[in-house]
Write a protein that binds this ligand. Structure first.
Ligand code: PGA
Length: 270
């Protein structure tokens, strides 16, 4: 696991975009997994900027969405399909046929989830899965208690999520109670997990996910088992990490195998 600590949210987003740009230069048909929420919005703005500058082209890129509310049409303003279109896809040249989504209204939920997993495998696997972290440690809609080997499946939403969504729907009956989400086991099979976190209110849970025990009670802690997980976080979100000086040191020196190491004064101890 690599922890990359940047000054602030803007730097978290530009660093994450640079990681994606670098991967794209090596593989033009990159397979990206996308997440919703507030945190990745700045990353998506950066990706649009890179596209407009001609530094990334999405013509061969494939996209998979992490999760979706059950019951909503793709066009519903609260659907994750709508979120991705609205914040990224409509501004770049990704091909519609290369966008794969969990549907909010599948005829057969279990078969739809299995087919989604097959599609990720048929695409060669997700190269970079973008992720956020919930304040309770959730990863996608894998809430605390989710099996660490879970696959894409139906999940019941937490009461907090149902209540928080209530104002966005005219009729209470429309408010989603269930979702489809990639499982933790599914996420662990991606080739790179790129988790973004920003702000003081993510500090405690980020520390538990990175430095605490691996536990289903903190689903994001499962990323400690991921072969290539990167946490790109700002100073505020990093403030609870015991080993943050080491993470900074490792990041500053990781490409200096043939040069003298940079010795930086320790900031958090003494
Ligand atoms: P946020 O959500 O980016 O809106 O904080 C993250 C998450 O719940 O995964």
């Amino acid at each position: 696991m690599e922890v990359i600590i940047k000054k602030d949210y803007d730097e978290v987003c530009s660093e994450s975009a640079a990681i994606i740009e670098k991967a794209w230069r090596q593989k033009k048909n990159l397979v990206l997994g996308f997440a919703t929420g507030k945190t990745p919005l700045g990353l998506y703005e950066n990706l649009i900027g890179l596209y407009r500058q001609g530094r990334i082209d999405f013509a061969e890129v494939a996209a998979f969405n992490l999760d979706e509310y059950v019951g909503l049409e793709e066009s519903h303003p609260q659907s994750f399909a709508h979120y991705m279109d609205h914040h990224l896809f409509r501004y770049i040249n990704i091909k519609r046929e290369n966008i794969f989504r969990l549907s909010g209204r599948p005829a057969d939920i279990d078969e739809h989830c299995r087919a989604y997993e097959r599609k990720t495998r048929d695409s060669g696997g997700i190269d970079i899965q973008i992720l956020g972290i919930g304040k309770n440690g959730h990863l996608a809609f894998n809430e605390p208690g989710s099996s660490l080997s879970s696959r894409t499946r139906l999940k019941i939403l937490t009461q907090e999520t149902v209540l928080a969504n209530r104002p966005f729907f005219q009729d209470e009956k429309e408010v989603p109670r269930f979702c489809l989400t990639m499982g933790i086991g599914t996420i662990l099979e991606t080739k790179m997990a790129l988790l973004l976190a920003s702000g003081k209110d993510k500090a405690e849970i980020t520390a538990r996910a990175v430095e605490g025990p691996v536990t289903a009670s903190v689903p994001a802690s499962a990323l400690q088992l991921h072969a290539r997980a990167k946490f790109v976080i700002d100073e505020a979100a990093a403030s609870g990490l015991a080993n943050r000086d080491y993470y900074r040191w490792a990041y500053e020196n990781k490409d200096r195998t043939l040069e003298p190491l940079k010795i930086t004064p320790l900031k958090t101890k003494g």
